[in-house]
Structures are given as C-alpha cells and as structure tokens.
Design a protein around this ligand. Structure first.
Ligand SMILES: NC(=O)c1ccc[n+]([C@@H]2O[C@H](COP(=O)([O-])OP(=O)(O)OC[C@H]3O[C@@H](n4cnc5c(N)ncnc54)[C@H](O)[C@@H]3O)[C@@H](O)[C@H]2O)c1
Length: 350
C-alpha cells in the first residue's frame, strides 16, 4: 500500500496549465487538488476533465483557501512574478512557466524570494525533458563530445503567429515576441547541454516585417518582433548563435534544431516531420572516417518536468531547471533585446 503522504498541488492558469495537471498526475504521490483561472468556462471544463474539486476564480482565493505544497504558475508572462511571490509567501514551492518573467529584474526578485522563503523555484523548460534531450545529456555527461565550443540553436515557424490582439503579441503582457516565447526553450536547451557557461557578451537583432503588416491589416495590436537572431559569447570562449521566429520565409512550417560542436563530437537535436517529436544524433570521426550515430531514446515516453520536480521534492534531492538557470536565460534575453534596440553589443555581468 502506498502510505507516502501526497504532495498537494495547485495550478494557476489553465491553457498550458492543462499540461501541468497531466504532468503532475503522472506521479503516484502527487494530487492536483486545486486550480485557478478567471475564465469560468475553462475552469469548469478543466476541473471536470481532470477531476479537480478545488476550483477558484483567482489565484489569491486558491492560495488562501488551500494548504498547498506546490503551485504551478501558467499564466501570461506578465503575471509570473507576482503569482510566484504570492505562492512562495503562502509557503509553496513553485513551478513557473517559461519565460521565468518579463525580464531579469523580475527574475532576480523571484529567485531572491524563493531563497528567503526556503522554498524551491523551478522553470518549466519542458524541451529538456524529452527522451531525445535526456539521451543526449546522458552522453554529454559521459564525456562523448569533449568541450563544446560552438553551437546554433533555432526555432523558426514559417507562419506561426499567435492570434493578433492577444497577449502573446503585446509587449506589455509578454515582454517580447518569439525570442522570449520560443527562443527561450532553444536557449535553455543549448545552455543545459553546454553546462550553463557564464555569458559575457551578446549581439542581437530583431525584425518585424511580416507580422506587423498583417496585424495592421487586421487592425490589431502586435508590438513585438516576428524574428530575432543573436550571438552569445561565454566566459570559456564558446559561442552560440540563437534564432527564433513566428514568421519567416523558409521551407519548413516548424523547424527546431540545436547543434553543438564539441572537440570530440557534435550533436544535433531536431524535431521530426516539422512537429513536436524529436531525434538525437551524434557526429564524430573514428579512425579517420566520419561516423554518424543515431541515439535511440527509450521507446517509453520520458517522464514530465512535473514528475521530476515532484520526485526531487519528495526525496529531498536537487531539482532540475532551477530559478538560477532561469535567471541566466533572462539576462541573456534582456541583453539580446537591448542590443537589438541599440545596435551595439551588450556586456553581461561584471
Ligand atoms: N513550456 C511550454 O512548452 C509552453 C507552451 C505554451 C505556453 N507556455 C507558457 O505558459 C504560459 C501561459 O501560456 P498559454 O499558452 O497557456 O496562454 P493562454 O492564454 O492559453 O492561457 C493563459 C490562462 O491564464 C489565465 N490567467 C490570466 N491571468 C491570470 C491570473 N492572474 N490568474 C489566474 N489565471 C490567469 C487565462 O484566463 C488563461 O486561461 C506562458 O507563460 C507561456 O509562455 C509554455
């Protein structure tokens, strides 16, 4: 009989929050006991779909009424900071959606609050948790690649703009466009595989030739970029090119690729069939001949980020994708946007 006390989880925001509920429910010692969303129709639909009894029109009401151990924050980016601080103040660990916040100042406040409260803060960099990413990381940690010195990480959509007039295309609610929305994942994935080297300089550019014209025709707000490109230099001398778009005149409908070149081998993590399943490859040289390896991840689905977080909390072990790494990502994104604005390279740290 399972006698371990279950973690009581609450989920705020029920778009991506649905995936959190599913992820939490993978773990036998977790119970999603409460959800919160001001959208009453969504609240009822999701509550019924997943059998969650505690349903609240606001996060504040949920935090006041429920004794929760962990809270997922899955709202538009603008609210990540205030809701994370509220959940921490209510004595909860937090799993916050990506991007951690609107900017690094907010991210720092969240990390400081978690440390002051003695609670955990994890960022849902969900693409790390795929079987292909996990298989690559195992080989990275075993030393297969040597030292990574150059990488290119991209997520492009040919035409994949969020609905005009919504929060994704509104800077005041999202903080930015595809760079902070999609690029954030590809940046974290590359940094994670590279061992999170300390960034020192970035150079970035943003563009908006396609989406803004379409939004204007539709008479809707769209005040973020539709494509961003950047170059990041790290303290150890390595460099990374990063690209993200919601609109780009390319062949693929959806292209996700992370390539890292190491002193002994290179890797490629890419999406299959322009969709959301992934493949992992290794390229090296053996006895003077080029050798390609296809890493075959386990056929069973990889566990979710929520499963790993629950396991870490329940066993007292460190959790992945901590707020400290979320903050490094925010510092790089801030610097890329600042570089795009000024047209000059931007230094990070000291
Ligand atoms: N990890 C991933 O792969 C992934 C995928 C999609 C979205 N996201 C992230 O998830 C977050 C939400 O995105 P989405 O696509 O679900 O957006 P969405 O607009 O579909 O859903 C957001 C929900 O939050 C609710 N909400 C808004 N303000 C709230 C508040 N103060 N308290 C409670 N609920 C509130 C809205 O009513 C809505 O139901 C964003 O930060 C986004 O970047 C992550």
């Amino acid at each position: 009989m399972n006698t371990t006390p279950k973690l009581r989880v609450g989920v705020i925001g029920l778009g991506m929050g649905r995936a959190h509920i599913k992820g939490w429910q993978e773990h036998p010692n977790v119970e999603v006991v409460a959800i919160a969303d001001p959208d009453a129709v969504r609240l009822d639909k999701v509550g019924t779909e997943f059998g969650v009894a505690g349903r609240y029109a606001s996060a504040e009401a949920m935090l006041a009424a429920e004794q929760l151990d962990v809270v997922s924050v899955c709202t538009p980016n603008k609210f990540h900071k205030e809701l994370t601080l509220a959940a921490l103040a209510a004595g909860c660990h937090v799993l916050c959606e990506k991007p951690m916040a609107m900017n690094a100042v907010e991210g720092r406040a969240m990390l400081d609050a978690a440390q002051a409260a003695g609670k955990r803060l994890m960022i849902n960099f969900s693409y790390r948790f795929s079987a292909a990413s996990r298989a690559l990381k195992t080989q990275v940690d075993a030393g297969l690649f040597g030292d990574f010195y150059y990488g290119r990480s991209v997520w492009h959509r040919r035409r994949g703009m969020p609905g005009f007039g919504g929060w994704f295309g509104t800077k005041a609610l999202a903080g930015g466009g595809p760079l902070i929305d999609l690029g954030v994942h590809r940046l974290d994935l590359a940094l994670w595989l590279m061992g999170y080297p300390q960034p020192t300089w970035v150079m970035g550019s943003t563009y908006n030739p396609i989406a803004s014209a379409l939004a204007q025709q539709a008479g809707k707000t769209f005040d973020v970029e539709d494509l961003a490109a950047g170059f990041i230099r790290f303290e150890n001398g390595a460099t990374l090119a990063l690209e993200a778009s919601w609109a780009a005149n390319i062949q693929e409908a959806e292209l996700m690729e992370t390539r890292l070149l190491g002193t002994q081998a290179g890797l490629l993590q890419k999406n299959l069939h322009e969709g959301y399943t992934f493949d992992a490859h290794v390229f090296t040289e053996v006895n003077g001949a080029p050798v390609n390896m296809h890493l075959c991840p386990p056929t069973a689905e990889a566990k979710s980020a929520m499963y790993d977080y629950a396991e870490a909390i329940l066993t007292g072990q460190p959790h992945p994708a901590g707020g400290d790494q979320g903050l490094v990502v925010m510092e790089i994104l801030d610097a890329l946007y600042e570089s795009a604005r000024t047209g000059a390279p931007v230094k990070i740290g000291g």
